[in-house]
Design a protein around this ligand. Structure first.
Ligand SMILES: Cc1cc2nc3c(=O)[nH]c(=O)nc-3n(C[C@H](O)[C@H](O)[C@H](O)COP(=O)(O)OP(=O)(O)OC[C@H]3O[C@@H](n4cnc5c(N)ncnc54)[C@H](O)[C@@H]3O)c2cc1C
Length: 457
């Protein structure tokens, strides 16, 4: 390893002690491998000594997955950042885990290819982190999520065994790939990824609609799907989210007060035009104002800038926020919105909601001033939200993972038998329990509630 590969100074360790959800987890050492062989040696060394190892991409995760909850070595994959190949014939890309997602998307586009998974954090997160979290994003309804684009993986187990799953050359099968996708760095460290690509869509059209009531936006999304349209994106921002962006002053907002639904079509030219026309037709009588319609890239970027401005705007709006990516069957969205409103009122806190309506995936952000009292209320509000989501047949996490932050609550969703089966899988990959300990199924008492009281973006 070169002299950039191992860092032990407090400054370096501090830089890797947080992610987008939690802070204050100092690793004992940070290591930056550049090749799988180094990851293998490192895993064997750590396994023999029982030292925790935590794989990490860009640290943009929202569940505390990429921090050392129990000390040990943080393995940052940021130097394994090469796109190894993009094959327009096979429509397959090969990449190392540290490649930034948006960089991969742009390189694919240069070859007229398309990598659809599109987390809103694409400019900062890595493909490895996306695979480990099974990342979703804006285009899930039409194109699926990261899971649907992973053909094969190379990975290193906690004991230092290299494993190869799925497609790297024609004829190989997908076997263990599905198990590793979404395993949040608890089963193996991913060192190489084979990704399925698509031809680049011919055309795009983005529509921005404003509604007086949140439920009108949900009804519009249902109507769009009922007439057989499959938009690439149906992104919702409630009025508080819109007001928050307006107060921050960094995006040009459409005229009219209300809740926003962004609908985007992609595909063949005629298909896209047809989708946009149908939505304009459905709009009449739906209570919506059609505020913007954008076809060319520059105009579409302007329309999307409202959504992109939201995360930084929320970071300015309150000292702390407790943020949850809950998900319910799309038919239960109206009910969930009512429950969210009730939770906010019960606890006297502002709640900002936005998300991917096509998937039933809502990001619910309880804003707080950082005082102990409000953080306690925010935590109680999150717990009420979880109860409501589970009662609606939903799940605690649509895309951000369980990590450290929701480990305490996983038993609310999974039966004891299911958890026992999952623990057996974990033990098969990591018998000594050194890989990313304290996460997902952990029974450790490390205070998860204090994580929720940590910094959230
Ligand atoms: C503003 C903002 C918007 C976001 N929008 C979305 C969104 O739309 N959709 C969405 O799904 N997520 C979103 N996220 C969450 C986050 O960006 C994703 O979860 C992303 O996949 C994390 O990637 P990362 O490289 O930052 O991973 P990290 O945060 O570094 O790690 C995440 C998890 O992956 C594991 N991991 C990382 N690399 C490896 C590896 N090589 N091998 C094994 N395990 C590994 C870590 O141990 C950890 O458990 C958003 C976050 C922010 C801050």
């Amino acid at each position: 390893m070169d002299d950039q590969a191992v860092r032990s100074t407090l400054e370096f360790r501090a830089c890797y002690s947080y992610d987008a959800a939690v802070e204050g987890y100092l690793p004992d050492l940070v290591i930056f491998p550049v090749a799988e062989s180094q990851v293998i040696l490192l895993a064997r060394y750590a396994h023999r000594r029982g030292i925790p190892l935590v794989p990490r991409g860009a640290g943009s995760g929202c569940s505390g997955g990429g921090v050392c909850a129990q000390g040990g070595i943080l393995v940052s994959f940021e130097r394994m950042d090469r796109i190894l190949s993009l094959d327009p014939g096979l429509m397959v890309g090969l990449a190392e885990p540290g490649v930034i997602t948006a960089h991969f998307q742009r390189e694919a586009e240069r070859q007229d290819l398309f990598y659809p998974p599109d987390p809103s954090s694409a400019e900062i997160c890595t493909l490895g982190g996306n695979v480990a979290h099974g990342a979703g994003g804006l285009r899930g309804r039409k194109y699926g999520t990261t899971r649907d684009y992973i053909l094969g993986l190379e990975a290193v187990t906690a004991e230092g065994q290299p494993v190869r799953t799925g497609f790297f050359s024609p004829g190989e099968t997908r076997d263990l790939t599905g198990l590793l996708v979404g395993s949040e760095g608890t089963l193996a460290m991913i060192t190489k990824i084979a990704l399925r690509l698509m031809p680049r869509p011919e055309s795009f059209c983005t529509l921005l609609l404003v509604f007086r009531q949140a439920d009108q936006a949900v009804q519009m999304a249902h109507a769009i799907l009922r007439v057989g349209l499959i938009p690439a994106a149906m992104e919702f921002m409630d009025q508080r989210a819109v007001d928050c962006v307006r107060a921050h002053g960094k995006a040009i907002l459409p005229p009219g007060n209300g809740h926003i639904l962004l609908v985007e079509f992609s595909g063949r030219h005629q298909e896209v035009l047809h989708g946009a026309e149908k939505v304009e037709g459905l709009r009449r009588g739906s209570g919506a104002l059609l505020v913007q319609k954008a076809r060319v890239s520059r105009d579409r970027q302007k329309v999307w800038s409202v959504r992109r401005a939201l995360s930084p705007a929320m970071a300015h709006a309150a000292k702390r926020k407790v943020s949850q990516d809950v998900c319910v069957p799309p038919g239960a969205l109206s009910h969930l919105l009512r429950d969210i409103e009730a939770v906010g009122q019960k606890h006297g806190l502002q709640v900002i909601t936005f998300g991917h309506l096509g998937d039933g995936n809502l990001h619910v952000n309880v804003m707080a001033d950082g005082s102990r009292k409000q953080m306690r209320q925010a935590r109680a509000a999150a717990e009420d939200l979880f109860r409501a989501v589970l009662a609606l047949g939903g799940t605690l996490s649509g895309e951000h993972g369980i990590g450290l932050v929701k480990a305490r609550y996983i038993s609310w969703e999974l039966s004891a038998e299911t958890m026992a089966a999952q623990r057996k899988v974990k033990a098969a990959f990591d018998p000594a329990g050194v890989l990313n300990p304290g996460k997902i199924l952990s029974t450790s008492k490390s205070s998860v509630l204090s994580e929720m009281e940590g910094k959230t973006p």
